[in-house]
Design a protein around this ligand. Structure first.
Ligand code: PLP
Length: 463
């Protein structure tokens, strides 16, 4: 294509998009003015836009492309399945080979007490399933009063009515009168922003004890479950202090409530284990999954159900009146099976634990020396940078979120996808990223920070 045709194509697509496409989590007005980026190709950790620019995909699509872009094996597996059986449902005593095979595969990868999975189309509807399933569980246990689900402020569990209620994003709650009744939020373990001078150890313990206090306040006989991401992803890659999960485990062991570990981001190798819970030694009763399950090649999610819950749901005469047309979609299951085969064959989980994870952490945290960065943290293959006007203070820029957006624009201009959450920059690259590509990612992030700092200094925003 000549440059001109390319430019015309880009303009045409941007115009169509601006005129007709309502985007998720986007300010429509600004998007129409500034034009969407048109991504046309993916290969490994690289994206190509419609103008031919190569961009390093520091966010693995949207936290999901574990095996990298452009894996022909997955396209072939899906093609084969669709030629055979593109769709059939899993309601009413029917199944098909990919759903049965994937159910076996994914439970074989989970801790021993997980032997059942309920399939969904993604993570939000997995958490809707959780919402209904925990209440049904307690009804069946003869404790119908146990209805309240405790979650954390700034958690992300999805965008549907129930999952957004479980989430703790206040901006989301502000639209549509959420949360639903029966969801209670406690404070999160965000040390950098909320510790107010407390050391990480004591802060972690205090934030964990908030669960025990909430249960006492609400009454243990009223509480159905506690839901949490092992590491909050969308919240800003919030790595809890070591003391946090240690203390929470004690509290959960003493209380008769279900524990739901939302593994939608942390699962499938992100933290160097098949499930993020294993990294912290957690023992959940339910684990919603999605994203890395299929590396995003086709939409699929699920809820991993432990024996404790599955045995009750499996009692004679019990039917869970719940399901999605695409629960266990054959093509999605085929994509997931091939994705898991690749993760195993290429030992990507082990690679994150023992090789690329530690290397990434070493390189990424060096960015903490930058004058704009108040803290650089990493865990597994996720990283965050806290942007501040004056180190070592944790004080934030006025007008929270503006600086993050400026930095995000510079990042794209430097050929790197970094995401901003307020004034925190985050990355979560594909698990196949090479050492050289990690160096490249960090170099682009540093160049991005340099120009952002220049701009802020000129505007008198630093200090
Ligand atoms: C992305 C995400 C979800 C929602 O998944 P969707 O597939 O977007 O519906 C739920 N929980 C967590 C932790 C997530 O990161």
């Amino acid at each position: 294509m000549t440059a001109n045709i390319k430019a015309n194509q880009t303009g045409r697509l941007q115009a169509l998009d601006a005129a007709h496409h309502l985007h998720p989590f986007s300010e429509q007005f600004g998007l129409a003015r500034d034009k969407s980026r048109v991504i046309v190709k993916g290969e490994g950790v690289w994206l190509t836009d419609s103008d031919g620019n190569r961009i390093l995909d520091g966010m693995a699509g949207l936290w999901c492309v574990q095996v990298g872009h452009g894996r022909q094996e997955i396209a072939d597996a899906v093609h084969k399945q669709m030629s055979e059986l593109a769709f059939y449902n899993t309601f009413f005593k029917t199944t098909h080979p990919p759903a049965a095979e994937l159910a076996e595969k994914v439970t074989s990868l989970a801790p021993d007490n997980f032997n059942k999975v309920f399939f969904t189309s993604g993570g939000s509807d997995a958490n809707d399933t959780v919402f209904r399933m925990v209440r049904l569980y307690w009804d069946l246990m003869g404790k119908p009063e146990k209805k309240t689900i405790i979650s954390r402020w700034n958690a992300y569990h999805g965008s549907t009515v129930a999952s957004a209620s479980l989430g703790g994003m206040k901006a989301m709650h502000g639209q549509g009168d959420l949360p639903l009744p029966g969801v209670h939020h406690i404070d999160q373990p965000y040390w950098f922003d909320e510790a107010d001078g407390m050391d990480p150890e004591s802060f972690g313990v205090a934030r964990a004890r908030a669960l025990g206090e909430a249960i006492d306040e609400l009454g243990e006989d009223k509480v159905a479950a506690f839901i949490a991401e092992p590491v909050q992803g969308a919240g800003a890659v919030i790595v809890p202090p070591d003391s946090y999960w240690r203390e929470l485990k004690k509290i959960l062991a003493e209380r008769d409530i279900l524990f739901v570990a939302d593994e939608v981001i942390c699962g499938f190798g992100r933290l160097g284990h098949w499930f993020g819970s294993e990294h912290f030694g957690l023992e959940p009763d339910l684990m919603p999954i999605a994203k890395g399950l299929s590396s995003g090649y086709l939409p699929i999610g699920g809820v991993m159900v432990s024996d404790k819950v599955a045995d009750v749901l499996g009692r004679e005469g019990v039917e869970f009146f719940h399901g999605y047309t695409y629960s266990g979609h054959p093509a999605s299951c085929a994509a997931a099976l091939e994705n898991l085969r690749i993760i195993e064959e290429e030992k990507l989980v082990e690679r994150v634990a023992g090789d690329i994870g530690p290397y990434f952490r070493e390189r990424w945290t060096i960015l903490g020396d930058h004058p704009l960065v108040g803290e650089a943290r990493a865990i597994g293959l996720m990283g965050a940078l806290e942007l501040v006007p004056a180190k070592p203070s944790h004080r934030r820029f006025e007008d929270a979120g503006k600086v993050g957006l400026i930095c995000r624009e510079h990042s794209f201009a430097h050929g790197l996808v970094m995401r901003s959450v307020n004034d925190t920059m985050i990355v979560c690259p594909p698990l196949i990223i090479s050492h050289d590509e990690v160096d490249d990612l960090v170099a682009r992030a540093r160049a991005t920070l340099d120009v952002t700092l220049d701009e802020l200094t000129r505007a008198g925003k630093m200090g």
